[in-house]
Each structure stands twice: as structure tokens, then as C-alpha cells.
Design a protein around this ligand. Structure first.
Ligand SMILES: [Zn+2]
Length: 154
């Protein structure tokens, strides 16, 4: 079993879009579909062995689910961290937009797909295997890391 397989996988309910994006950036496989109803979410979690994250007290009675009482993102991350210790893993970062796998791409391949400033000031780029979004470590990424550190997740 690889480290990736041991990491908790989540399925977030429709109220938790921001939390889902941040968990993906921390390196957690987090399913999130805005239009999924409760029944479908429970089924997805069961089929894919994911822990449900929910703001719905009733839904949180499902086995292994985590009730997210707060609507504040930092508090939400703390709640998930208390339930199952979160550890930032750079190698596991997923596409924040769609939860796809990111793979490093050669700089030459993406020159016409990123802003010139980003291209000129970065040497490493990653591409989502599912939606094709390109990532690099700009100033926004430093802000994200800072938030992880403040929450003691990195
Ligand atoms: Zn993607």
C-alpha cells in the first residue's frame, strides 16, 4: 500500500465547496459536486470509501461522516483536522477545481497556456489530467502555504 492509498478520501456536501478546494490543495482526494443530492452523496461515499463532510446534522449520522458545524473556512479545516489528522503533502496536491491528478509538465509545453509573467518567473508547472488546468507556484500559492502553516497543517 502506498502512502497515497492511506490518505483519507472525502466526499463533501453541496455546502462545502471552499473546504473541498482547500482539502484538494492539501493533497486530499475530495469529491464535490454541487448538484449531488444526499442519497447520491451517501452512495458515492460508500462506493468509493470516502468520509462524508457535511453541514447537515442528519446526514452526519451516516457512518464515518464528519459534521462541519461552522461556515468559516479556517474553523472547518480545524474540524476536519480534529477528526482525522490532516497532513499537507506536496506530492499529493490535486486540482482544486475538479479533484483531478496533477502531473508536472515541461515548461516548453505550456508556454501559450499561461500568462507571460507566470511563464517567465516560474520553472515548474503542473497540469490537471482531467480538466487541463495549469498550476504554478505564484504568490497566491505562498498565501495558501501561509494559511496551512497558521493552521498547523504544514
Ligand atoms: Zn482539474
Amino acid at each position: 500500500m502506498t502512502a497515497a492509498e492511506e490518505r483519507t478520501r472525502f466526499a463533501a456536501d453541496s455546502m462545502l465547496g471552499s473546504l473541498a478546494r482547500w482539502l484538494r490543495m492539501l493533497g486530499y482526494d475530495t469529491a464535490y459536486q454541487k448538484d449531488l443530492d444526499d442519497g447520491a452523496l451517501v452512495q458515492l461515499a460508500r462506493d468509493e470509501k470516502r468520509r462524508i463532510l457535511t453541514r447537515d446534522r442528519l446526514l452526519s449520522k451516516q457512518p464515518d461522516s464528519i459534521y462541519i458545524e461552522s461556515d468559516d473556512l479556517d474553523s472547518q479545516l480545524r474540524l476536519v483536522n480534529e477528526a482525522c489528522e490532516l497532513v499537507f503533502d506536496e506530492a499529493e496536491i490535486r486540482c482544486s477545481a475538479c479533484n483531478g491528478d496533477l502531473a508536472e509538465v515541461a515548461k516548453g509545453e505550456i508556454e501559450d497556456q499561461v500568462p507571460k509573467g507566470a511563464f517567465d518567473s516560474n520553472d515548474r508547472f503542473w497540469k490537471c489530467a482531467d480538466c487541463g488546468k495549469i498550476y504554478w507556484r505564484g504568490s497566491h500559492w505562498l498565501g495558501i502555504l501561509e494559511r496551512f502553516r497558521k493552521l498547523n497543517l504544514a
